[in-house]
Ligand binder design. Structure first.
Ligand SMILES: [Zn+2]
Length: 163
């Protein structure tokens, strides 16, 4: 499943990428909506778009990014099998590549390198990810979904605002 996310909802797009979902930001205007594409959902919080009458358009009621993510998950019936955490860059949506641990040494703080086994690199922006960095800050209901079967969890408490 792919998402075209209203440019005003950057926080939601980052949270979707967090889960490995393809979330591209785009300007959604009623008079110029993108053509419908297979397996693609348009996400907005702009009530003006409710009149657009498009099956592939979800007009969100929630205002906060974490609540918007919960709403998307609930209304589309997404479950763990839809998610691939640590597969997409939160900043630029590019697919992450595995980064050999030796190569990560120069790119992350020493205590992180010492305590983490897996690292991933964004080929577009050069950002490095590891499981502890990635799962922190997700919404509570989502943590419940991901926590069922051994997905990586946050190493330390982090506020939602860290996104
Ligand atoms: Zn990136």
């Amino acid at each position: 499943m792919k998402f075209l996310v209203d440019a005003a909802l950057g926080g939601l797009a980052r949270r979707l990428r967090f889960l490995g979902l393809d979330a591209r930001l785009t300007v959604l205007r009623r008079e110029a909506l993108p053509a419908a594409a297979p397996d693609t959902v348009l996400l907005t919080a702009n009530r003006m778009l409710e009149k657009a009458d498009r099956q592939d358009l979800l007009v969100l009621a929630a205002r906060e990014p974490a609540a918007q993510l919960d709403e998307v998950i609930r209304r589309l019936g997404l479950t763990r099998r839809h998610f691939r955490p640590l597969s997409r860059c939160v900043r630029c949506n590019a697919r992450l590549q595995e980064l050999p641990r030796e190569e990560a040494a120069a790119r992350v703080p020493e205590h992180i390198w010492a305590t983490q086994a897996e690292f991933y690199l964004c080929p577009a922006c050069g950002r490095v990810y590891w499981p502890g960095s990635h799962i922190a800050g997700i919404s509570r209901s989502l943590a419940g979904v991901l926590g069922e079967g051994g997905e990586p969890k946050a190493e330390a408490p982090t506020t939602r605002r860290s996104l």
